[in-house]
Design a protein around this ligand. Structure first.
Ligand code: CO
Ligand code: ZN
Length: 331
């Protein structure tokens, strides 16, 4: 699965511009799918026929990541940007970035800016251009950029990279699709778009699928670092079963079922409550007349910074738990 994670974090996929990553995932998923399609929003829907075709299970992992969009090019060739999603401007600055057309640059902020004033409107990208005209040959208004991929192994099979949110969820979905011997229900593995700007892709996808059960895969804040308080999740303690986040209260039947499956298969798990931030879980739960929805979360440190950090044993636990659910269903 590490190969998948590496490949996914390297692909460009800023929110609203997920095409490059989508074709990488599509290629990987095609041989395991009974059907594969892209909807008008850009969601990739991978269908697997179930044994008991009466019910539908939807799984969602978002392809998009936070990034920047070009708003203006200054006379001297510096490129002004606005944020796409909840970017941490301080931690993103003084990093290299890559535009959708491959152009590299460095993201910095106006010199003399006080730390408390470092927001997206103080940031600019230096691509090395000497004038607006020169910059305009490479970059135009509306182009997007993301931090340059990094992928670094740490001790204890822990890894750091940008955009583990939510490439790790995409990798878990695909790994589970590869490993599942069967799917109990008609199962839709949906790789969603535009989660970072309000769970938009999952809204239309769940509306067209109308699942009976739904599970999102996304990262959650690990609280086991200096300065974090009242956050129960730790790296290395297993798959995190979501109780709630700011967008959803998970259906109790899903929480209970995931817990029972984790106990049965001796998969390490912990419970998660995220006090800030939402996930695709909410869109799926609220689609149509509603459905039973929950979320398997991957414990992650330093979310929405260029060095999101995970423990690979948690990732494997998440994949095993998802596979148990897709194979055995709700009972
Ligand atoms: Co995010
Ligand atoms: Zn996410």
């Amino acid at each position: 699965m590490l190969d998948l994670i590496k490949k996914f974090t390297a692909a460009f996929s800023v929110t609203g511009e997920e095409t490059a990553l989508r074709s990488v995932i599509e290629k990987e998923a095609a041989i395991y799918a009974d059907g594969i399609s892209t909807d008008p929003m850009g969601n990739l829907i991978v269908y697997k026929k179930g044994e008991n075709s009466g019910k539908k299970l939807m799984i969602a992992a978002h392809m998009d990541e936070i990034g920047f969009v070009v708003t203006y090019i200054e006379d001297n060739g510096f490129i002004r940007v606005s944020n796409l999603g909840g970017i941490n401007s301080i931690s993103s600055s003084y990093h290299t970035v890559r535009f959708n057309n491959g152009t590299p640059g460095v993201l910095v902020f106006d010199s003399g800016t006080k730390p408390e004033d470092i927001k997206a409107n103080k940031l600019f990208v230096d691509i090395g251009a000497r004038s607006a005209k020169e910059a305009g040959k490479k970059i135009k208004i509306g182009d997007t950029c993301a931090l340059t991929p990094v992928f670094q192994k740490l001790m204890n099979n822990r890894f750091t990279a940008k955009a583990f949110d939510d490439r790790i969820g995409c990798a878990v979905a695909l790994d589970s699709l590869r490993n599942a011997k069967k799917t109990k229900y008609d199962t839709y593995y949906v790789f969603t778009v535009q989660e970072e700007v309000g769970c938009r892709g999952s809204k239309t996808a769940s509306f067209s699928i109308m699942p009976d059960y739904a599970v999102a895969l996304d990262v959650t804040t690990a609280g086991d670092v200096p300065g974090e308080k009242n956050q129960p999740v730790s790296l290395g303690k297993g798959a995190a079963i979501k109780i709630k986040d700011n967008s959803v209260i998970c259906s109790k039947v899903i929480v209970d079922r995931l817990t029972a499956l984790a106990e049965k298969h001796k998969i390490k798990y912990q419970y998660e409550i995220l006090t800030a931030g939402g996930t695709d879980t909410s869109s799926m739960q609220l689609a149509g007349a509603g459905c039973d929805a929950g979320c398997i979360s991957i414990p992650t440190r330093y979310i929405h910074t260029p060095m999101e950090t995970i423990d690979f044993s948690d990732v494997k636990a998440c994949s095993s738990l998802l596979t148990a659910l897709t194979e055995e269903g709700m009972e």
